[in-house]
Design a protein around this ligand. Structure first.
Ligand SMILES: NC(=O)c1ccc[n+]([C@@H]2O[C@H](COP(=O)([O-])OP(=O)(O)OC[C@H]3O[C@@H](n4cnc5c(N)ncnc54)[C@H](OP(=O)(O)O)[C@@H]3O)[C@@H](O)[C@H]2O)c1
Length: 299
């Protein structure tokens, strides 16, 4: 792969790298950039996530060699850190901060964080939020001046219910605190704005991205039922039973512990912000809209 020299005259559209590109949010960001004609490169560890017409680097985000190839010629990076610890981030930070052989500066970094990060706390409520707080601090301490997008619970998480809903009308799982669930397409559009604008236009944030309405699990299940034309019901499962079921499903123990801690300790949030509207220029979508647009996935 060859380096793209940085333009010296008129501003040009940045070349972008999207990490976690095959995931629920990453796919939307890649599609949104590609649709705008922006040069986008995907980094994911699963080759099946590659899409026609989009550059792809396959490998692990924690592998310095993979990152070196992925970052060559890149001006702006959408960084996700879907890990349970920030410890392996040091190699990634070194790659992000390194000057390229052509002397170009470090790329602009947009970090996808969590709305549950509380700047007033020394320790966050659970391990997943702690990782995001640690990553924000590491990126800033490395002098990378990240634009921080703190996302609320993504609507796409309910894809995890599809199997249960093919078998019946009940969604059983650990209850979690009510939040203003946000459509991942809105987070993607906000991320595109942040990637393509300079710092003066969007500021460094943190931008807390929420949907327009505070919802619990039972509300989401009911709204999904309306979209599917079915009467659906949520059944809260006690933490110990949920833990045993996730382990029996083969999920790694550390991930199960982190998910259960989140369900037990993450506080309810009634916060609804206008950050999507400010970054994207239109109102955030409702969860009912998400359910209507994705109903076919639950057939
Ligand atoms: N979901 C939410 O409610 C929410 C809320 C706030 C913030 N966030 C943050 O937003 C990000 C995306 O969330 P999502 O729901 O879209 O997650 P997702 O669907 O699970 O996607 C994560 C993607 O990252 C990839 N990945 C994981 N570990 C990797 C590694 N070591 N190297 C390279 N790629 C790796 C995964 O690949 P594999 O398929 O190979 O695992 C997957 O494609 C995460 O960082 C999450 O912490 C999520």
């Amino acid at each position: 792969m060859t380096e793209t020299p940085r333009a010296t005259g008129a501003p040009r559209t940045p070349s972008t790298l999207v990490t976690g590109a095959a995931g629920n949010l990453g796919r939307e960001i890649v599609d949104a950039l590609h649709a705008r004609g922006v040069r986008v490169r995907c980094l994911d560890r699963n080759p099946a996530g590659a899409r026609p017409g989009v550059e792809s680097v396959v490998g692990d985000l924690t592998d310095p060699g993979v990152l070196r190839s992925a970052l060559a010629g890149i001006d702006a990076v959408l960084l996700m850190w879907p890990m349970l610890t920030a410890a392996p981030a040091h190699a990634m930070l070194a790659q992000l901060s390194a000057e390229s052989p052509t002397g170009s500066e470090a790329p602009r970094v947009v970090y996808l964080s969590s709305s549950a990060v509380d700047d007033g706390r020394d320790r966050q409520t659970d391990p997943i939020v702690q990782v995001h707080a640690d990553m924000e601090a590491l990126l800033s301490d490395a002098g990378l001046r990240p634009v921080v997008l703190r996302s609320e619970t993504l609507a796409s998480n309910v894809r995890g219910w599809a199997e249960q809903l093919r078998a019946g009308d009940v969604v059983a799982g650990p209850d979690i605190a009510r939040t203003a669930v946000v459509d991942e397409r809105d987070v993607a559009d906000a991320a595109v704005t942040a990637l393509l604008s300079d710092g003066a236009q969007v500021g460094r944030g943190p931008h807390v991205l929420t949907g327009p309405e505070v919802l619990g699990r039972a509300d989401q299940v009911a709204q999904l039922g309306t979209a599917l034309g079915r009467r659906l019901r949520f059944e809260a499962v006690p933490a110990e039973r949920a833990r045993a079921r996730m382990l029996a499903d083969g999920r790694p123990e550390a991930l199960v512990a982190a998910l259960i801690a989140a369900s037990l300790h993450r506080p309810e949030s009634g916060r609804v912000t206008d950050c999507v509207e400010r970054l994207v220029g239109r109102a955030a979508r409702t969860f009912a809209q998400w359910a209507a647009d994705h109903a076919a996935e639950f057939d």
